[in-house]
Design a protein around this ligand. Structure first.
Ligand code: LIP
Length: 275
């Protein structure tokens, strides 16, 4: 049965907007939010849970056989393992609970390929979307990564790791070395939005050790916008999808970060897992 990804994308856009309205209602009263602690610097709010439940319900009604991996509830393995949703109901929860920009990320995977994605930044009303092989867009504008190749003008995004992350050792010395000769470093606070900013050309590159559920849609947009995505050592999706150590960038910034990160002890695969 051939599937029209255009029709699927329309549903993804519609549910992202609905989740946007739901989360915005909580966002407006962020100072009064109930905050749950999932771990060190890892938070959850009712908005994260409600957003995921809304997206699950909407997608299961329309695609009952497809499987689902979210952030707040256990994954659902339906009979059709070929298609799986990867959903981050609020990416940038720490931003969200402090009244700063966040994103809703929905990606559709067919086997080991991301075939469609939607990223919505409700506070900015920026809707990113794309289908593999058909380009990536923000509010209808086609995206292309920055052409910036001058190191002194590069703008790099990242996240500040907490102790306990496997790539934490030496992180701040690395950041110092990366920061020294370039134009600027930014902590956007959402891995998904950081990828979207690379696809849009607001960042020339981004690197972090983070989750693939957060970044699957954003990575599709960067590749559709002419960017490069590898792990910190130049290896492909079979590595960064599992280890989370990713570089997402235009060609020049990718080469710059690969050079700056080459001496970091490699993060190897724990075990093969289907995503
Ligand atoms: C967040 C990422 C961010 C990273 C945070 C956290 P969450 O995801 O978007 O880039 O720095 O540690 O992983 O927890 O808000 O979905």
């Amino acid at each position: 049965m051939s599937i029209s990804y255009d029709a699927v994308l329309d549903d993804m856009l519609a549910v992202a907007r609905e989740a946007g309205s739901l989360t915005q209602a909580h966002f407006k009263r962020f100072r009064d939010l109930e905050i749950g602690i999932k771990g060190p610097a890892d938070f959850v709010s009712d908005a994260d849970r409600e957003s995921e439940l809304l997206i699950r319900r909407y997608l299961f009604e329309r695609y009952p056989g497809w499987s689902f991996t979210g952030e707040e509830f256990p994954p659902v393995d339906h009979e059709d393992q070929e298609y799986r949703w990867l959903v981050d109901p609020i990416d940038g929860t720490t931003n969200f609970i402090n009244g700063q920009h966040y994103t809703i990320s929905i990606a559709l995977r067919r086997g080991n390929t991301t075939v469609a994605g939607v990223l919505y930044n409700p506070p900015a009303d920026e809707m990113f979307s794309g289908i593999a092989g058909q380009g990536a867009f923000m509010n209808g504008e086609r995206l292309s990564v920055s052409g910036q190749a001058d190191i002194g003008l590069m703008m790099v995004g990242t996240g500040l790791p907490i102790p306990g992350l496997s790539l934490y050792p030496g992180a701040y010395e690395r950041l110092d070395a990366i920061r020294a000769p370039i134009g600027g470093v930014r902590i956007v606070g959402s891995a998904a939005n950081s990828c979207a900013y690379v696809a849009l050309g607001r960042l020339t590159g981004y690197f972090e050790e983070t989750g693939f559920v957060d970044t699957a849609a954003g990575i599709l947009f960067v590749e559709e916008a002419g960017g490069i995505v590898t792990d910190w050592w130049g290896r492909g999706p079979e590595y960064y999808e599992q280890t989370g150590a990713m570089i997402v960038a235009n060609r020049a910034t990718h080469a710059y970060l690969i050079d700056k990160l080459k001496d970091v002890p490699r993060k190897e695969l724990k075990h093969a897992k289907g995503l």
